[in-house]
Design a protein around this ligand. Structure first.
Ligand code: DGJ
Length: 690
């Protein structure tokens, strides 16, 4: 791992898997020179280019580290602003640099105005990932109106076409993988909803279309609000990516001395797309998750939502908890319905006092009961929202985002609180603080069930700032609560997987993956999630949502942080025993699953079988989940080859009651042939080095 300067104008970053090199051109632009295997840093030089002709300027053809709108730049750029005299032309040139251990700061200054851009690069040890972000500062006297501030611009090393991978999902169908071959023009993946949302995701993975392979590139934006990831291939075959806060309806006014800090982008390269998931998984475990639970395995939980919906009462939840305890779960989470006048989704949000009809003795009766059963207690909240039918809204109708002359749109009968108002932010922190200080709550499920619309915030001089200010307020509140209550876990939920991104992973301990808990649908959802997101954060419940047998449902849900969400009132004692066995097996292997390397060995689309393996870094333990939805005719036999084991060691493989001993090389290269004939056939293999 190294960060250094060569000669006057070359800057080099190196980690264990790649080198990233920049140089300052004679015109002061900071150029991108290399993203790939390590080469001798002394050989780099910054070439001088001329305009090709009157139609193609040199600035359109070079690769800049952070391009600004201005001069002869006609392609998409990282930054755009307007100075107080109406000039919309930023000329950012290299001014200075700072190197400290793992970090490089390149400072760019406008040649005339008080505008400074700090390009910050960080090399993370031990995982093949680098980070970069941008800070824009007003170092002059007059205000600057910024219209676009991307976090990073990345130029791809090959001039070939790239296949760009992202997701294109929905609520109930998150993380559906899409691959787009980019021959020319732009691909744009974005959210305009105020969360990262269920549709596209704030990352890209790009595969070069080279005969001899070439490196896969990837980058993920650490941001949970409206984002944009665009990848463009210009007419000269250069591909570049921009990642950052979405510039749609974006604005930042910077007065003298003010700055805007754009979110981090984590980026790297891999041998194959499946390796991206392992690199980023290790990175998240080492550098991203909040420290409180970073090194601890997450508990198995039970959640009441699919069993009791809004109809929660002290009695029903106590009975549910009795049953949940029999399965061996460690946290009992009571979902929506416990507060205010909450009987359905028409009322109550904002009134975060306990509904005394449902809980005559308050929450403590239930919490004590849950604790006495040996489980921790968790609670659902939706802090960013208010129902018009609530005391909070009657008292503070001006606390929601709205435009004065428009009626704010309701979605799920609720409005979004304006968290950019300090008093609203204080209110949200205050009610959760009160809940946590008065009750033994070890788990908070933080939900967010609708996008921001009619984005008016008349408390802000520039109300376009509300998009990122809202996201920042959520992070601030969660960070403060986590600091005060370090033993309480926080789950980010936004109608299922609407807040799943590296921003959320930096502030929450886990996310709710999808409201769709049907195991067959979950296979796609989870494989899409796992393209780049860490296993540990992926909550996965077993529920009643399909007729598949428990074996199949657990097979799928055990590939993340396991939860149960079925209606336990309808389960027999035998069912509870079966659940207990799976929960106990999960606990034995959860370190392998939550902290191990994930290999997608086979998938339904290509092979007719989904086979996912998790292996410890030391290659001594693994667990394999193989499942076929329905095999056809006589096509029922599948050869499963493992990955990530030690070739020379011998392993015991246990599948149900059977056991066999094989070498690592046999398991990886010859593989085991297994029969999956029938519907919903699945197997869990445990693999242990002898
Ligand atoms: C949406 C979440 O995704 C569900 O799990 C549940 O918590 C409901 N909201 C409650 O309203």
């Amino acid at each position: 791992m190294a960060v250094f300067r060569v000669g006057e104008n070359i800057f080099v970053l190196e980690n264990e898997s790649f080198q990233y090199v920049m140089g300052v051109g004679a015109d002061g632009t900071v150029r991108h020179l290399h993203w790939g295997d390590k080469v001798s840093p002394d050989d780099f030089e910054v070439r001088v280019f001329d305009d090709i002709n009157s139609n193609h300027s040199y600035r359109d053809t070079i690769c800049e580290e952070y391009s600004s709108f201005g001069g002869k730049l006609f392609r998409d750029c990282a930054f755009k602003c307007e100075f107080s005299d109406g000039v919309r032309d930023a000329v950012l040139v290299f001014e200075d640099y700072v190197i400290s251990e793992d970090t490089l700061k390149l400072i760019l200054r406008d040649i005339r105005y008080g505008l400074e851009a700090e390009l910050i690069y960080k090399v993370y040890d031990g995982c093949g990932v680098m980070g970069r972000k941008t800070v824009i500062r007003n170092v002059g006297e007059d205000r600057i109106e910024c219209e676009k501030i991307m976090s990073a611009e990345l130029s791809f090393p090959e001039k070939c076409e790239y296949e760009v991978i992202n997701t294109n999902g929905t609520w109930w169908g998150e993380y559906q993988i899409v691959r787009e071959r980019l021959s020319g023009g732009s691909l744009s993946f974005e959210s305009r909803k105020g969360t990262s949302a269920h549709c596209n995701a704030p990352f890209f993975i790009a595969e070069p279309s080279l005969r001899d392979g070439g490196k896969i590139l990837f980058a993920a934006l650490a941001y949970s609000g409206s984002f944009k990831v665009s990848v463009s291939r210009d007419s000269f075959n250069v591909t570049r990516a921009l990642l950052g806060v979405n510039d749609f309806d974006f604005g930042v006014t910077l007065k003298k001395g003010e700055k805007f800090s754009a979110p981090w982008v984590y980026f790297g390269s891999a041998q194959c797309a499946d390796e991206v998931s392992r690199i980023m998984n290790r990175f998240a475990l080492k550098h991203v998750f909040p420290e409180q639970f970073r090194e601890k395995p997450l508990p198995v939980l039970y959640n009441s939502w699919e069993a009791t919906g809004f109809n929660v009462t002290a009695e029903s939840q106590k009975e549910l908890a009795d049953k949940a305890a029999k399965t061996g779960v460690e946290v009992f989470v009571m979902d929506d319905g416990w507060f205010g006048e909450r009987k359905d989704d028409f009322a109550g949000l904002g009134d975060w006092y306990v509904n005394r009809e449902k809980f005559p003795k308050g929450l403590s009766e239930l919490i004590d009961h849950v604790n006495a059963l040996g489980m921790d207690f968790g609670l659902w909240v939706e802090p960013e929202m208010v129902n018009p039918d609530s005391d909070l809204y009657s008292e503070h109708p001006d606390w929601v985002y709205h435009f004065k002359t428009r009626t704010p749109s309701r979605m799920r009968n609720q409005l979004v609180l304006n968290l950019t108002k300090p008093q609203v932010k204080e209110f949200v922190f205050g009610f959760i603080d009160k809940l946590l200080s008065e009750n033994n709550i070890k788990y908070i499920k933080w939900d967010m069930n609708r996008p921001i619309s009619e984005p008016g915030a008349d408390n802000l001089e520039n109300s376009r700032e509300l998009w990122f200010r809202h996201t920042q307020a959520v992070y601030d509140i969660v960070d403060s609560l986590k600091a005060k209550y370090p033993e309480t876990q926080f789950e980010a939920c936004a109608s299922g997987g609407g807040r799943c991104d590296y921003g959320a992973f930096g502030h929450f301990d886990e996310i709710w993956t999808s409201d769709n808990t049907k195991p067959v649908d979950r296979i796609d959802i989870q494989n899409g999630y796992s393209l780049i997101n860490p296993t540990k954060a992926m909550r996965a419940w077993v529920t009643d949502s399909s007729d598949a047998p428990w074996s199949f449902k657990f097979n799928i849900a055990m590939q993340g942080s396991l939860g149960l969400g079925m209606n336990l009132f309808e389960c027999s004692e035998d069912d509870l025993d079966v659940m207990k066995e799976y929960v106990s097996l999960y606990k034995k292997y959860r370190e392998v699953i939550q902290f191990g390397d994930r290999y997608c060995l086979m998938n339904l689309e290509d092979h007719g079988l989904n086979a996912v393996e998790f292996v410890t870094e030391k290659e001594n333990r693994a667990i394999v989940f193989a499942a076929a939805v329905n095999t056809k005719h006589l096509h029922r036999s599948f050869k499963i080859r493992l990955r990530g084991l030690d070739e020379k060691s011998r392993y015991r493989v246990e599948i149900g009651g059977e056991s066999t001993e094989k070498s690592g090389s046999y398991l990886m290269h010859a593989g085991l042939e297994r029969d999956f004939g029938g519907d919903f056939k699945s197997e869990i293999w445990t693999v242990n080095r002898l």
